[in-house]
Design a protein around this ligand. Structure first.
Ligand SMILES: [Fe+2]
Length: 259
């Protein structure tokens, strides 16, 4: 089985690119199951139920979130209508929505878990390790994937070492910059960060001119960039007999307009 995981979809540019290209990506990478991080999908911060619906209709099986999960507050009341949308476990508000979900695919029960890192992450409620231990006691699945939404590579690697015997993949999100450290050890795939789906000529998906002005002390709004999109993600290959990872391949499809 092959699982496609696309990194943080940023704003309209990222959304349009993913929605328009997901069917083709799934075909080319032979994806059986697709996870998309959508925490920046609505104007660069947060998500709406309409955008969730759009990503699911385009072919996502599960949509994950991160520290901006509730930046668009309306989603808090709509989570019940979004059964495959998961929010980080260790983050306020704690009792809204779910932090893991199980979907069936090819006779396998695939669990996807959303966890927040603690380093440089104001929204995190404590460390990720105890909450992951608790979630693993609750989950009954064949394959477990983790979206570890975190800033620091060291923290992400440590999480992978702690849990790699019990899960099949730990996929880092949040920094929007894809790392080249993908690997599989003991049947668990890992990458520190999958990167983003959003404007390539930008600062993490935001308008670079606005951020330069901000650095000079000028007041700014939060303006997403609108340059052509890069698509970043990974394909995780799972051995159907062991339910463990046997491969991870990075995807980084840059726009043709790059100089
Ligand atoms: Fe984030």
């Amino acid at each position: 089985m092959k699982i496609l995981f696309l990194g943080d979809v940023v704003a309209k540019t990222g959304r349009i690119a993913v929605v328009n290209r997901l069917a083709d990506l799934k075909r080319r990478y032979e994806a059986d199951f697709t996870v998309i991080n959508g925490e920046n999908a609505a104007h660069g911060k947060g998500i709406t139920s309409a955008i969730y619906d759009e990503l699911i209709a385009a072919g996502a099986d599960v949509v994950t979130l991160g520290n901006h999960a509730f930046s668009k507050s309306a989603i808090t009341d709509r989570l019940k209508q979004c059964p495959y949308l998961i929010r980080p476990a260790n983050m306020e508000p704690e009792n809204v929505g779910r932090s893991w979900v199980i979907r069936e695919c090819q006779g396998k029960r695939i669990a996807v878990v959303n966890i927040l890192g603690g380093v440089f992450m104001d929204q995190a409620l404590g460390e990720s390790y105890p909450v992951m231990d608790r979630i693993l006691q609750e989950i009954d699945a064949d394959i477990i994937l983790v979206d570890l939404h975190a800033e620091a590579t060291g923290e992400k690697e440590l999480f992978w070492f702690r849990f790699r015997d019990r899960v099949s993949a730990v996929i880092g999100t949040h920094t929007h910059v894809q790392t080249a450290d993908e690997r599989v050890v003991n049947g668990c795939a890992y990458i520190s960060d999958v990167g983003m789906c959003g404007s390539f000529d930008s600062v993490l998906g935001r308008d670079s001119d606005e951020l330069i002005a901000r650095s000079l002390g000028e007041p700014t709004r939060y303006t997403p960039a609108e340059t052509p999109a890069v698509i970043c993600g990974v394909v995780i290959e799972i051995d159907d007999s062991t339910n463990r990872a046997v491969g991870i391949t990075r995807i980084q499809e840059r726009p043709e307009t790059e100089a």
